[in-house]
Design a protein around this ligand. Sequence first.
Ligand SMILES: [Zn+2]
Length: 322
Amino acid sequence: MVIKRRGKNNKVEKLEALISRLSSDHPQWEWIKEEFHNRQSGERGERSIDYHLTFLPRDEFFILHDLRLENEQGYYFQIDTLLLSSRFFIIIDVKNYGGCILLDHHFNQLIQQSSNGNKRGLLDPISQIRRQELQFKKWMKSHGMKNIPVESLIIFSNPSTIIETTTSPSYYDKITRSINIDNKIDQLKLKYPKEILTKEELWPLGKSLVKAHTPSNYDPLKYFKITQTDLLKGVCCPSCSVLPMIRLHGSWQCSACMYLCKDAHIRALQDYRLLINDTITVREMCHFLGLSSRYSAYRLIRALGLLHSGGTKGREYFLEFE
Ligand SMILES: [Zn+2]
């Protein structure tokens, strides 16, 4: 039974907004694009295992997705998926790499070779998940939880990925494909036949984990060291993505493809919320949307019926959209 669902992947959304507002000759452009594609592919991989987890007995496992916990040093660690049972817990990390991957145990690295022959080095998933395991065990101990075995699994979700290894140490048992999840779990059931927690103990434990989850406040501008002045201003054309559209007789018109649209400013305000702030004043809106008339900005934002605070001067509108 799923007791914590995966949140909306804000990071992917934020990176997408950033890419749409950055010139392609910006020095960080390639890095941001790569980060966006990696995260998007990671998200697809995570969602793809949901189907396989539906085969687990509902009353035997509690499933928590996308759990972010704070360790004793004040740093956060993230778990893609956590399975709780009365006999053992499992941390699941999903990798959605394509092409051919080589797990090099000797140098603790993962080498991915794509279909065009290009190679790139990636973090070793075994070292990553071992660290997560360790941090989670410490977290449970510091929160006075019972000592229960914690296992971990790395799932390669792309069925066409070719997995190779240099040698095969026993911990490569931690690696499997999506279709084999239930098999792996059955093996763990045999390994841990003894019940450590009762059903009555497991439920509040699951709830306390859900309560301890802290959503991340990812700020891509800070992460990539980008200033607000680097961002392209204006309203983006929904048809051809060119910036900026021109405000003409109560509509937005694209100067490149001549597309005409009434509500293209909503997307721009969403970009502002994702990248800069979740509130905006009329003055900030004029600057970001490239509007010369404050009255026209005021009319646009008033028509959206957003909640606001403050008097008429310097009023802040909360950018919460349906
Ligand atoms: Zn256009």
